[in-house]
Design a protein around this ligand. Structure first.
Ligand code: PLP
Length: 405
């Protein structure tokens, strides 16, 4: 009998956020166990509702959205994205520099497939949102991880980045605000990264899907606004800001100097045409979603859900002996450090599985985010405080007696 194996192209592709631990949680659920999921940044199941006008817009346009659109997206959506770029001071973006996508995810894959030849290198943060590493690997490239420093608010270590640039490096990815750390980068840091890209002729890929989820009165700066002379690919979408992850609505825009990247742009155009177009209903809500630029999301202010849940989780985790966590300024994740000596942890995935089996709570191990050591894990703090309290109580209880076998 002929057997069908996984393509060798996938041999080194890893995406653990939805990997074996999730499969185990699903197996336990199918046996009737109640599992609390703190593993995926998906606001809707935790009671965060999309703004009414977005739903209304989607329903209003169902008939208009029956056909394919232009591969890059309907003009009105791309015009709204161009406006958004102007608001964020992202320079030199016209409607032809914008690509809509089925979420940022599809565009990450396209951005890498269109650029990389076998062996080309892209600098990626560690920890990262692992789709970046997976997409680079699938495209035949090599993800070279640079360290983000927990002691410096999880900022990228410029010296480490510099030491990892080679003649094969084509670009650098930044995730700002960051998943999984929740870090928000300063203008000074972004300027340093832009300067490195300038010196070494790198394309900057800036994943800004959490740009509107910032707290404590902080401001998000798009790196593209600091680098009009460089090609910057900025990616964003509505999954998190407008709590419509299921609608699959994202975009990517090319800013700055494109004169030396005609070939790459041709590649992006081929890939964009090959998938015909992104989900057209979702494109129709972009104009409405991006017309509220000055509106602040109440959930991020003191008294609001995300803000208060962050306050709760950071305090609760820091009160558990053996755990330490940096207070994030943005997004809805924490990436706590665990004292691996104290608990004899050598395998962080096993630690997460042991906790899942004993306490029925699902988190993601740090190495799933391409972090090098088994000493971190990620929690999504979207559930209400009662549930976060239950999770932290169980974690404290579990760790009291835990020593990894
Ligand atoms: N980029 C980052 C940093 C993310 O955290 C996510 C989802 O969690 C994505 C991109 C993908 O988002 P979507 O495909 O829903 O737009």
């Amino acid at each position: 009998m002929r057997t069908f194996n996984m393509s060798k192209k996938l041999d080194y592709v890893c995406y653990d956020v939805r990997g074996p631990v999730l499969e185990e949680a699903e197996r336990m659920r199918s046996q009737g166990l109640d599992i609390l999921s703190l593993n995926i940044g998906n606001p809707a199941p935790f009671g965060f509702e999309a703004p009414g006008e977005i739903i209304h817009q989607m329903m209003e346009n169902l008939h208009n959205a029956e056909g394919y659109s232009d591969s890059k997206g309907v003009l009105s959506a791309r015009e709204a994205i161009v406006n958004y770029c102007e608001f964020k001071k992202i320079p030199q973006v016209g409607v032809n520099d914008v690509y809509t996508g089925n979420g940022v995810s599809e565009l990450i894959l396209m951005a890498m497939q269109g650029l990389l030849d076998n062996g080309d290198e892209i600098l990626v943060p560690a920890p990262d949102y692992p789709l970046w590493t997976a997409a680079i690997t699938l495209a035949g490239g090599k993800a070279v991880h640079y360290i983000c420093d927990e002691q410096s608010e999880w900022y990228p270590d410029i010296r480490d980045i510099t030491s990892k640039i080679t003649s094969k490096t084509k670009g650098i990815v930044i995730i700002n605000p960051n998943n999984p750390t929740g870090a928000l980068y300063s203008t000074e840091l972004l300027e340093q990264i832009a300067e490195l890209a300038r010196q070494h002729s790198l394309i900057i890929f800036s994943d800004e899907i959490y740009d509107r989820l910032v707290m404590d009165g902080a401001q998000h700066t798009s790196i593209a606004s600091l680098a009009p002379d460089l090609l910057v690919v900025t990616l964003n979408g509505l999954s998190k800001s407008h709590k419509i992850a299921g609608f699959r609505c994202g975009w990517m825009c090319l800013s700055g100097d494109k004169s030396h990247a005609r070939g790459y742009i041709d590649g992006l155009n081929i890939l964009s045409s090959m998938r015909l177009c992104s989900n057209v209903q979702s494109q129709y809500v972009i104009t409405t979603a991006l017309s509220d630029l000055h509106k602040c999301d109440d959930t991020l202010l003191p008294g609001g859900r995300i803000y208060e849940q962050r306050e709760y989780i950071v305090n609760a985790l820091n009160n558990i002996p053996g755990l330490q966590v940096f207070k994030p300024k943005a997004a809805f994740y924490v990436f706590p450090r665990i004292d691996i000596k104290r608990f004899n942890i050598t395998d962080d995935e096993k630690f997460i599985l042991d906790f899942l089996h004993e306490k029925h709570i699902l988190m993601v191990h740090g190495r799933g985010f391409n972090w090098l050591l088994p000493d971190h894990f990620r929690i999504v703090y979207l559930p209400k405080i009662e549930e976060l309290k239950m999770a932290c109580d169980r974690l404290g209880d579990f760790l009291e007696g835990y020593r990894q076998a």
